[in-house]
Design a protein around this ligand. Structure first.
Ligand code: NDP
Length: 373
């Protein structure tokens, strides 16, 4: 279960003895320490275009290295960010990052099927890991990643940025506060139009699946964090036009129903053939709605009661942006010896449900979660 009580963004004064040469508990005690260095692995749309500019908004994190299969791009990016050539790695020499004390954290921004390998290698190189969603492409991979980070005594966090986004945090708080009464139903929908059949997202070997792996994970996460319970059963149905060249290998539309112990139901959906981004919670006293719900910016929220809707502006989130909040959270967890609020175990919980969703759609039956039946 996602424990909202763990979200103490104002850090306690935990003084933990840590590796990586940082004075234990220095931030928690209000003294300045050097921001932790991130190595970005995969200089694509997310790693390069979205994440790298965010270090300007961070307090406790900085860019320390880049890892890329494209030497010219890596050189240009490193130069643009003032990194020395000794901070550039290829996939072939990535393991030598162990000798770079400037890189405390490896941020894996690669195609999904590469997450497990680079997370495990990073942990073995003595680095903490931020891994993008989905954590990997199977439960077995997620378990191996957690084991590797545990064995190396390194932190593992998943890039679930919505846990640092002001609208989603306020929606969770409102749901827990009972503003909508007892939660009866949550509806979540995420999708975008995937136009180019050559993209890795449409190749099973690299993506592990289709819209569910990419966008559906936002629908799944939102259902879990809005309801605040773990689902006990899932029933899924896939609708894909396999004649469409984009969908020869992976699914387009998939919908699934989650049953929760309290009796709440979540109707979730994802697709690669329409744009949508929506979360709606219905309780016996009212509703909480986000649309768009999980975008990088421009999210909006309403609460409703007795047919009246009120638009809400949330208080600021924990960082200047959700991305900065996410990056700094892991850095602070490392310094203060705490577990990230979205740890590897959280990614594993989602992957168990994702496997059950695919199995339910394949076998045409309800899958009980937490059992092998
Ligand atoms: P891109 O295709 O834009 O970038 C992926 C990068 O990975 C490439 O640029 C390349 O970098 C590297 N790479 C290494 N091997 C391959 C390969 N065989 N095929 C393609 N790329 C390869 O993808 P995104 O940046 O959009 O996605 C990366 C990860 O980030 C995914 O797991 C995705 O789910 C996640 N993501 C998360 C988002 C969020 O909001 N949390 C948003 C978008 C994506 P190089 O040339 O430097 O080697």
């Amino acid at each position: 279960m996602i424990d909202v009580g763990r979200r103490d963004f104002l850090l306690s004064a935990t003084a933990a003895a840590l590796a990586s040469g940082i004075e234990p508990g220095a931030w928690a005690q209000g003294r300045t320490a050097k921001p932790l260095g991130y190595a970005i692995v995969g200089l694509g749309t997310y790693g390069h275009d979205v994440i790298m500019p965010q270090f300007a908004n961070c307090t406790h994190s900085r860019l320390a290295a880049v890892v890329s299969g494209d030497p010219a791009k890596a050189k240009a990016v490193a130069a643009a960010h003032g990194l020395p050539s000794s901070s550039i790695y290829s996939y072939a020499n990535f393991d030598s990052i162990r000798d770079n004390p400037d890189a405390d954290i490896v941020y894996v921004c690669l195609p999904n099927a590469m997450h497990a390998d680079y997370t495990i290698r990073a942990a073995r190189a003595g680095k903490h890991v931020m891994c993008e969603k989905p954590m990997a492409i199977s439960v077995a991979e997620c378990e191996a990643m957690i084991a590797a980070c545990h064995a190396a005594n390194r932190k593992l966090m998943i890039g679930y940025r919505c846990h640092f986004e002001a609208y989603n945090l306020e929606a969770m708080r409102l749901a827990r506060s009972g503003v909508a009464g007892r939660t009866r139903y949550v509806r979540t929908e995420h999708g975008f139009v995937q136009r180019d059949p050559s993209k890795w997202r449409l190749k099973r070997a690299l993506a592990g699946g289709g819209s569910l792996m990419d966008m559906g994970i936002y629908s799944l996460q939102a259902a879990r964090y809005m309801i605040g319970e773990e689902p006990v059963a899932v029933t899924a149905r896939e609708s894909t036009d396999r004649r469409d060249p984009r969908f020869h290998e992976v699914e387009d539309m998939i919908e699934w129903t989650l049953e929760f112990p309290s009796g709440a139901i979540a109707g979730c959906q994802s697709m690669y053939s329409a744009n949508q981004n929506h979360v709606l919670l219905m309780g016996d006293l009212g509703r909480i709605e986000l649309e768009p719900a999980t975008r990088y910016d421009g999210n909006r929220m309403w609460t409703g009661k007795d047919g009246r809707e009120q638009e809400r502006t949330p208080p600021p989130g924990p960082g200047k942006t959700q991305f900065a909040g996410q990056l700094d959270h892991l850095a602070r967890c490392i310094v203060d010896g705490r577990e990230p609020i979205v740890s590897g175990e959280e990614g594993l919980r989602d992957m168990r449900i994702i496997e059950a969703i695919y199995r339910s759609a394949r076998e045409g039956r309800t899958i009980r979660l937490g059992t092998t039946a």
